[in-house]
Design a protein around this ligand. Sequence first.
Ligand code: ADP
Ligand code: SF4
Length: 691
Amino acid sequence: MARDPRYDILFEPVQIGPVTAPNRFMQAPHCNGMGRMYPDSMIAMRGMKAEGGWGIVATEQCDFHPTGDVTPFTETRLWGEMDVPYLAGMVNAVQKHGGLAAVELVHNGHDTGNIYSREVPIGPMHRPVTWRDHPVQARAMDLSDIRDYRRWHRKAALRARDAGFDIVVVYAGHDGTMPSHFLSRRHNQRGDEYGGSLENRLRLYRELLEDTLDAVGDTMGVIARFAVDEMMGPDGLEWQNEGRDAIEMLAEIPHMWDVNVSNWENDSKTSRFAPEGYQEEYIAFVKQVTSKPVSTVGRYTSPDAMVSAIRRGLVDMICAARPSIADPFLPNKIKEGRVEDIRECIGCNICAAWNNVSAPTRCTQNPTMGEEWRKGWHPEKIAPKSTDSHVLVVGAGPAGLEAAHQLGKRGYRVTLADAAAQAGGRVTRESTLPNLNVWARVRDYRLGQIAPMVNVDLYLNSELNADEVLEFGADHVALATGATWRRDGVGRHIRNPIPGADTSNSFSPDDLMDEKRPDKGPVVVYDDDHYYMGGMMAELLAGEGYQVTLVTPGLCVSSWTEHSLEQEHIEKRLVGMGVEILPRHSVLSLGDGVVQLENLVTGETLARQGTLVPVTMRLPNDALFDALSADQGKLAAAGIKSLRRIGDCYGPATIAAAVYEGHRYARELDAEADPDGVPFKTVKYDLELGG
Ligand code: ADP
Ligand code: SF4
């Protein structure tokens, strides 16, 4: 299909100093939990972005000195010559598809505890380090330290050129880098020429930009990545004040400005807390004060929104991390007039979360993210079928939909059946919760893809029992029947059902999503799941006027969402809605309209009136599997060659995990696998010692 000419502007080249980006798409620097630890995985993932049409593909943060050691995070590193080869591998992977490779040089200043390098941390002032409250202090840099620092940065830029990079990103963002620490009034109360006035606090950043231009600016583009607002009012940088002044003072120095808001929790807000393009109001002034190209992020997935931001004079390039993870081929799909094929990011931050626990990133929408090298998975390509099998997939939630989509793409005949009137399973249900409507994209993308496939049939309102499955005549059966929230409180902390809990006084998340409600009155949400659902149930009920107490054995509400960058936003929202939060508490019993609680620190008991909403764990819906697998003879007689459970009915977990398992099932159908082997390639070691 021909491209809509309105989108032509997205494919114009952009001059960045001595280099030219082939289009207006820049894959923003983004952490991915692979970096230097799993370099083949990182290289293949970056190469995939370039193959998909991103004109600039950047590294994640690339640390350039042992005094800024980010252990246990797994970023890229350019400490010395030894780091050049694997980064050159990434450069090749990008350039061979016509993209420009950018390196983001970073030193996290007083944030890092340097727990691997054991170097004494450095920063503008004597301060305890911020990450993880390590018992370590950063030392105030003197003028000779600053000279050393500038030299390290300059040498790193030269090494980046040796690795073949086209662009250096000089990074002052996220309240997490040395130049941003120097810029900040709350971090910098120095009395020398690097403290005091804005000009002085900005001096280090100006010098880094000038040093970089001097060292490599004749052949490489130099991009200033700069946060213009810290979203903390006058206590931090504001775009109307010093944020704007700083850009004005440095306006013409870099070859390009990549601007955003700070910190990371604000820069990468989930869709629960911010819509697409949410940074525009903060960065709108930048193009008015510089003649250099400007880019910004904002979870842009719609080409109309991208074109609009360019036409309105806000930006010249669209910078994107999450949209490029969810769909590495987003630019090419727009270019080829295939906008409806874009796998739009849902803004859930699963990608950030797994990086933040130092594991390879994964993505709810794109199950091939991180698997490009180790499993050889391509986001757009899959091997054709090797048999003429007919596959029955029971359950059209994320696992079943993804399996059916990919099996259909392979050419198998697929029947997808679901008991519900609407496809989507948990995604359809959860997307009706407050501010989660964007999550429905997980369903809608896949429904859109299978709709034109003549070999895939979807039957709704079709609850299947074992006899019906046996009679169906499929060669392979995949059960994707999901899981159900427990209603009795059993989970991590409580190991036996809460005494007194029954269907009259205890409502699970499934009950609430089925629109059942307790009588008006107080409600106790007991969250031992620690991800979003507990806080979400509290938000849902408080929004409907219930008086809500949230009880959790955890240290804070929705504690795991610290990793998805949402915890503070959730806590703030719940407190703002009047929810009472009791961390380090558990439930003892239920009865007579009273929930008995226990303070886990003091052992003290206390009571709250009301109904209980336990959010603890889910049990697989595997009755159909049990019935089918009970008689292997019947399975064989029915001609069923394999019976598998996928997604939540096998192992309840995230939506991302269900999509991944559905994808994996489709990839591996009819393939020989070694049941005792590692199901992916692992890093090859090149050791100085050893056999
Ligand atoms: P997952 O996250 O693993 O994809 P979901 O809970 O989202 O699981 O989806 C499970 C789907 O399976 C639901 O849409 C549900 O209606 C459907 N389902 C469960 N049991 C049956 C059955 N026996 N026959 C048909 N559909 C079923
Ligand atoms: Fe978007 Fe979620 Fe994928 Fe991250 S994990 S890219 S937020 S869909």
